[in-house]
Write a protein that binds this ligand. Structure first.
Ligand code: IPE
Ligand code: IPE
Ligand code: MG
Length: 242
């Protein structure tokens, strides 16, 4: 069977994803309330988006809240919900100026009508005809749930005879996934843990992964540039003998 993994072996990382982990531990190590860790984390997002534009990335895909994060204390979830609104209010005007296209993906409905409408407005405001960067934010996202949803959707399409079984291929699965990017060149996880925590399971088949010990609120533009520079040195073989 032909290997359908795409082999766009760019020398520089164009599609980057980040698991922004460590807000809680950063707050605790600074004797601060956990919500302060999350708000400091939102400030870092602004810096990393700025640098992504400078570095001419095609996309930056951020893991902001996982499907499993719903099991956190209500007080923390409420603080994060408030922060989503604050972050949109504070950062969308700059995204408009910078021509960055913002998109949220995941099970966003669970965040309620107010946040949903705020998100739609933000997406509409940044829906530039020509954008310099796609900024994708995963909210209430789970990689396994995404695969389950794609499977259900494709099954429905077959039952209603819109597609045939032979139409199912890797591109079709990518197309129906809620993640706007088909594949990721570089995935960075801050916070020191070496795991994926249900992030982009399908899209990271051949992704380079950088695990960074710093907590997300301490992650600086220079750390980001270092990750991008390290990527340039990697030999991506995609299974081939080269
Ligand atoms: C990541 O930081 C942000 C979210 C999961 C919302 P954490 O809150 O998980 O920070 P740590 O891992 O507890 O330090
Ligand atoms: C992953 O971090 C989710 C986000 C950064 C949004 P978690 O803190 O939820 O992951 P685990 O629990 O350490 O695996
Ligand atoms: Mg964590």
């Amino acid at each position: 069977m032909a290997n359908k993994i795409k082999k766009k072996s760019a020398k520089t990382a164009k599609n980057v994803a980040i698991i922004m982990d460590g807000n809680g531990r950063w707050a605790m190590s600074n004797s601060l309330n956990i919500s302060k860790g999350h708000s400091k984390g939102v400030e870092v997002v602004r810096d990393i988006v700025e640098e992504s534009v400078i570095q001419k990335l095609s996309s930056l895909t951020l893991y902001a809240f996982s499907s499993e994060n719903w099991s956190r204390p209500k007080v923390e979830i409420d603080a994060i919900k408030k922060l989503v609104i604050i972050a949109i209010n504070e950062q969308v005007p700059d995204l408009v100026k910078q021509k960055v296209r913002l998109k949220f993906f995941g099970n966003i409905d669970n965040f309620g009508a107010k946040i949903l409408s705020k998100i739609k407005d933000a997406e509409n405001a940044t829906n530039h005809e020509e954008s310099v960067l796609n900024l994708n934010v995963a909210l209430g996202y789970g990689g396994r749930q995404d695969i389950v949803n794609v499977t259900k959707y494709i099954s429905e399409q077959i039952i209603s005879k819109n597609i045939n079984i032979d139409d199912i291929d890797e591109d079709l699965i990518s197309k129906f996934s809620c993640c706007p990017e088909d594949e990721i060149d570089l995935l960075i996880r801050t916070g020191g843990d070496k795991r994926i925590s249900n992030f982009l399971l399908y899209q990271i088949a051949y992704t380079e992964i950088n695990f960074i010990d710093k907590y997300w609120p301490d992650f600086k533009k220079g750390d980001f540039v270092e990750c991008l520079d390290n990527f340039k040195k990697v030999s991506r073989r995609f299974g081939k003998r080269i």
